[in-house]
Design a protein around this ligand. Structure first.
Ligand code: CA
Length: 499
């Protein structure tokens, strides 16, 4: 899809009012008009209750339909409302990507006793003491749903590990012992083996479990018409299973299903190893690029902007790079908090939306609203949550328009100065008037003499974001002297009114 844009339609602290699906349905036409081609929706099935963001998965078959965990709807609404939102998005030509959490289950219905081995939190292959019998919430019988859609009931032997012993009240990581059981091999090597993340770790190497999850994948695609998966916590799931899940659900659906995986690592080698292990079955979020943005925003003018794309998927695996600035985990207070500071966000969005490489994501929190938690003060003795409209929507709208109209053709990167960098898009014949120059500065005002091509000689070019009023005339050799304000960006395009 040419110049596609993925919109992450949630942030961590959305109100638990059950209104997100209704809002999304109303928003579909506007999203399509801005150039959004795909929407990533949060985990839409039942977690621990109406406040669960969705990652505390209880029942993958309950999309807000059954009275379970004290609620019929999820945080975002009912199944019926979700189906209306999907229909509205599809009517507007927008794909719907489901956040797919297969790594763990939480909020079990009952406890069971089984043998388990305590292991060290920082080395999961390091046994601590002797194995023993523990008790944990590993029984999932779904009394509110019964056998509707699936009669599969979960028990301790469907999991690899837990982090709670009800007999002692002790929280530590336990590896479950049983025939053929153990941590998965195809997982990240952090903590020696990073199969275990949280809750009851799903044992995808158990054939009953693998079959049930693939059956669910088929059901969810057929029932809701989703266009793909955002695979949560891929570094904690055996990559052999991730590959099988995607291959089989695609084969059964007999159509293209998009996939992007979350592999939260700055280690380019680990990311490339995963892509190779799944044989390119999924795209990957460009986590190293996010961390480059984070670091640049923290260091200000001391950051060498020539390094902005170093060690990123954008450079090393560009056909699989899904580029993003922030998300629900990196936002302040998130589990992986590493926010890109506000002053740098417009620069980061300009880069991901205008460069040739990568499939860019717009984060709900950067476009619509974010929540801040205030420190206790004299008036309020507990922290208060404050919701504010994002200051970045206007610039993101301008950049989306620039992407739709001008960001075409070959690219020349201008990563040649410690504080002023940019790129040229040379335009193509299918989009008359396309082509642009992007400049970014993290320091003083800057200028750059840029060749846009002799075919543009004599043209007038204007700045799109409104930061600079004077036009640039392209000289007879195809060069223009373009400028950018300090700690800002500029986007230059042919001024059709004056050329
Ligand atoms: Ca796992």
């Amino acid at each position: 899809m040419e110049n596609g844009v993925l919109f992450q339609y949630f942030e961590w602290n959305l109100p638990s009012d059950g209104q997100l699906w209704n809002q999304l349905a109303r928003d579909a036409e506007h999203l399509a008009a801005t150039g959004v081609t795909s929407v990533w929706i949060p985990p839409a099935y039942k977690g621990g209750g109406p406040d669960d963001v969705g990652y505390g998965v209880y029942d993958l078959y309950d999309f807000g339909e059954f009275d379970q965990k004290g609620t019929v709807r999820t945080k975002y609404g009912t199944r019926q409302e979700l189906e209306k939102a999907i229909a509205a998005l599809h009517d507007n030509g927008i794909q719907v990507i489901l956040d797919t959490v297969l790594d763990h289950r939480m909020n079990g219905d009952g406890t069971e006793r089984f043998e388990a081995q305590p292991v060290a939190a920082d080395n999961r292959l390091d046994n601590i003491g002797a194995p023993r019998q523990i008790e944990s919430y590993t029984e999932f019988t779904f009394p509110g749903r019964g056998d509707t859609y699936s009669d599969f009931k979960w028990h301790w032997h469907h999991f690899s590990g837990v982090d709670y012993d009800n007999l002692t009240g002790q929280n530590e990581i336990f590896r479950i012992i049983g025939p053929g059981k153990g941590w998965s091999q195809g997982v990240d090597k952090e903590n020696a083996n990073y199969d275990y993340l949280m809750g009851n770790d799903v044992d995808v190497n158990n054939p009953e479990v693998a079959d049930e999850l693939i059956k669910w994948g088929d059901w969810v695609i057929n029932t809701f018409g989703f266009d793909g998966f955002r695979m949560d916590a891929a570094k904690h799931i055996d990559n052999v299973f991730t590959r099988r899940f995607l291959e089989e659900t695609r084969h059964h659906a007999d159509r293209d299903l998009y996939a992007v995986s979350e592999y939260w690592s700055e280690d380019q080698g680990a990311l490339e190893g995963f892509l190779s292990a799944v044989d390119g079955a999924t795209d990957l979020f460009d986590v190293p690029l996010h961390f480059n943005f984070h670091e640049a925003s923290e260091k200000g003018e001391d950051y060498d902007m020539r390094r902005l794309l170093d060690n990123t998927l954008t450079i090393c695996s560009q056909q699989h790079a899904v580029t993003f600035v922030d998300n629900h985990d990196s936002q302040p207070g998130g589990s992986l908090a590493s926010e890109v500071k506000d002053w740098f966000k417009p620069l980061a969005y300009a880069l991901i939306l205008l460069m040739k490489e990568g499939y860019p994501v717009i984060f709900y929190g950067d476009y619509y609203s974010v929540t801040h938690t205030t420190e206790p003060d004299e008036e309020n003795d507990s922290p208060q949550t404050v919701r504010e409209a994002s200051p970045h929507r206007k610039i993101i709208d301008i950049l989306l328009e620039a992407r739709r109209r001008f960001a075409y053709g070959e690219e020349t990167r201008l990563l040649d100065h410690a504080s002023t960098v940019g790129l040229v898009r040379h335009g193509d014949a299918e989009h008359p008037g396309s082509g642009l120059v992007l400049l970014l500065s993290n320091g003083d005002d800057g200028t750059k003499k840029v060749c846009v091509g002799p075919e543009h000689a004599g043209e007038n070019w204007k700045e799109l974001t409104g930061s600079i009023c004077e036009n640039v005339i392209i000289d007879s050799d195809g060069y223009g002297e373009f400028s950018v304000k300090g700690r800002n960006l500029s986007v230059w395009v042919k001024d059709c009114d004056k050329t």
